[in-house]
Ligand binder design. Structure first.
Ligand code: F6P
Length: 545
């Protein structure tokens, strides 16, 4: 059934028709100012989006689409605390968590800033005390290892940030992350640790998530068996909106750090969920991370759409998804420390916009969120870039690169930069038949061999990419980058008319896993299940012995 959104998206097809008749190579040749026209800055973050299948008319149509879809109005409504998460009847106010202005931020008639700042102050006090050793374990030893137990938003954000900010961490205070219910995960993390010097942080917005509760129980038993039951409170802290359940687990009240239902799990790294980051890199660096996000929020809230980085990236994603039908989007940081960035963005983007029902509850008849994936360069180059260059799918790419490395190890960084620039250039230019033939002739190959090899060595080119360039991967810059992608997801969700802030799609699997547990434990028969599930349960029970 047609929805009004489709009529918004349809005008893009005119631009697509025009651009399908040309190539980026031609567009660059025709316009020496293309980089200038199609690049924009937010603070020190430069976005080059000139290597896209766009012209000024197409961009104008895309900004018009964003306006017609109400991106500005909905952005302002979000910031005003309106319940834009309609299915859970909640505000979406993660921007308050990093707000550094002096105005009130109101949610449900109340200024939330005093509570936000109160929790941040408690996080500062606690992280400082763990770092300087004044908070000790039950045996009087200071902590050397902090293990965060959480999953999804209670894991991916802090784990990604801790890794990204490795230059700001201390060798004598390590942060570990346990998420999977697979016992191998916690086993392998605990194997090298000393219970006397290990603190656990149980991170769960709901404090009911099965994986997290199972891992927390295992960690609790590990401490109790090594140090005695009485040691448990000294070795645990909790981050949650469910303060009662934290207390029920036996966590001391001054070690429970709260947040609020208007913070979505995948938008929670700025809240108490960031505590392991504050411990690992120090509170000042955590605050700088918040500051970078605040700067991006101000850019998003105040900059006109045509110069607004999250809007530009958002509409380009819509362009490729809806006008060109590309189904995946790769995020390829040329930064080893951003090796969990794509995994983090998978939740942020795919849990947000992986929806096929519009806000009004009607099925959409256009594509919504793409598959997000990626690995750091240059590793990806030797793995999956073959398909990006010569495969049958076109995959729009975001490249990320810092101008300055943290290490002074020439020539590593220059090589890294040369590689990222080479990739976007190669994707855009491709290699024509004439170029291949000239190259093979110069190598002295005979005509027959040239004919045989040419189709294999041609690159179609015209493959789109954005490049984000920033001075250095500091806490501040990382905060800006993460907030940039958050707002990009918002822009796209608004254009697609979906609720980016619920995640009902994860519920069915949870329900069925609960129902299947007694069957795989052998205490109930699997008779009510389909023949595949029944067959697998029976085979499993035989195999496990
Ligand atoms: O995957 C579903 C989800 O609800 C995520 O949105 C959330 O980040 C994750 O589970 C963990 O939830 P919690 O923090 O409540 O344990």
């Amino acid at each position: 059934m047609a929805t009004p959104r489709k009529s918004l998206l349809n005008p893009l097809m005119k631009s697509r028709k025009r651009l399908a008749e040309t190539t980026m190579r031609e567009l660059f040749a025709a316009d020496p100012n293309r980089f200038k026209t199609f690049s924009a800055k937010a603070g020190e973050l430069l976005l080059d989006y000139s290597k896209n299948r766009i012209d000024e008319k197409a961009m104008a149509a895309l900004f018009e689409l964003a306006r017609a879809a109400g991106v500005e109005e909905r952005r302002d409504a979000m910031w005003k605390g309106e319940h834009i998460n309609i299915t859970e009847d909640r505000a979406v106010q993660h921007m308050a968590l990093r707000y550094m202005g002096d105005k009130k931020v109101v949610v449900d008639g109340k200024d939330v800033m005093p509570e936000v700042r109160g929790v941040l102050a408690a996080m500062k006090g606690f992280s400082d005390a763990v770092r300087d050793g004044s908070i000790k374990g039950s045996s009087g030893d200071s902590f050397t290892d902090v293990v965060n137990i959480g999953i999804g938003g209670s894991d991916l954000g802090p784990a990604m940030v801790t890794l990204a900010l490795a230059p700001y961490t201390r060798a004598d205070l390590r942060a570990h992350y346990v998420s999977n219910v697979d016992g191998a995960h916690i086993h392998d993390v605990l194997r090298g640790l000393d219970p006397k010097r290990t603190m656990f942080i149980v991170a769960s917005k709901t404090f009911t998530t099965d994986e997290t509760m199972t891992n927390a129980a295992t960690a609790r038993a590990w401490i109790a068996s090594a140090l005695g039951e009485a040691a448990v409170p000294d070795h645990f802290a909790a981050l949650s909106t469910n303060l009662t359940a934290c207390a029920g687990f036996g966590i001391k009240s001054d070690r429970i750090f709260g947040f609020w239902d208007w913070v979505g799990g995948r938008y929670s790294v700025w809240s108490a969920i960031g505590l392991p980051v504050a411990i690992a890199v120090g509170y000042d660096n955590f605050e700088a991370f918040l500051k970078g996000a605040y700067d991006m929020d101000q850019h998003f809230l105040k900059t006109k759409l045509e110069k607004n980085l999250p809007v530009i990236m958002g509409v380009l994603g819509v362009w490729y998804r809806n006008a060109w039908g590309f189904s995946t989007h790769a995020v390829l940081p040329y930064d080893q420390r951003l090796s969990r960035f794509a995994a983090y963005l998978q939740q942020q983007d795919m849990e947000s916009n992986g929806k096929s029902v519009s806000l009004s509850g009607k099925p959409v008849d256009y594509n919504t969120g793409p598959i997000i994936w990626g690995e750091p360069g240059t590793n990806g180059q030797h793995a999956f870039y073959q398909l990006i260059h010569q495969g049958t799918d076109v995959i729009p790419v975001d490249f990320l690169i810092a101008a300055q490395p943290h290490e002074q190890l020439p020539p590593h960084h220059d090589k890294l930069v040369a590689n990222v620039l080479a990739q976007s250039e190669a994707l855009m230019l491709g290699k024509t038949k004439d170029e291949v033939v000239a190259e093979l002739s110069a190598q002295g190959l005979d005509k027959a061999r040239i004919k045989e090899l040419t189709p294999h060595k041609m690159f179609p080119g015209n493959r789109p990419s954005n490049t984000l360039l920033y001075p250095k991967l500091t806490p501040e810059r990382l905060g800006s980058l993460v907030a940039l992608y958050e707002h990009k997801v918002f822009v796209q969700g608004t254009i697609w008319g979906v609720n980016s802030y619920d995640q009902w799609g994860v519920e069915l699997g949870k329900q069925l896993a609960k129902a299947l547990l007694p069957k795989v434990q052998g205490t109930e028969k699997a008779t009510a299940h389909d023949s595949s599930t029944r067959g697998l349960v029976e085979a499993y029970l035989k195999l496990r012995g």
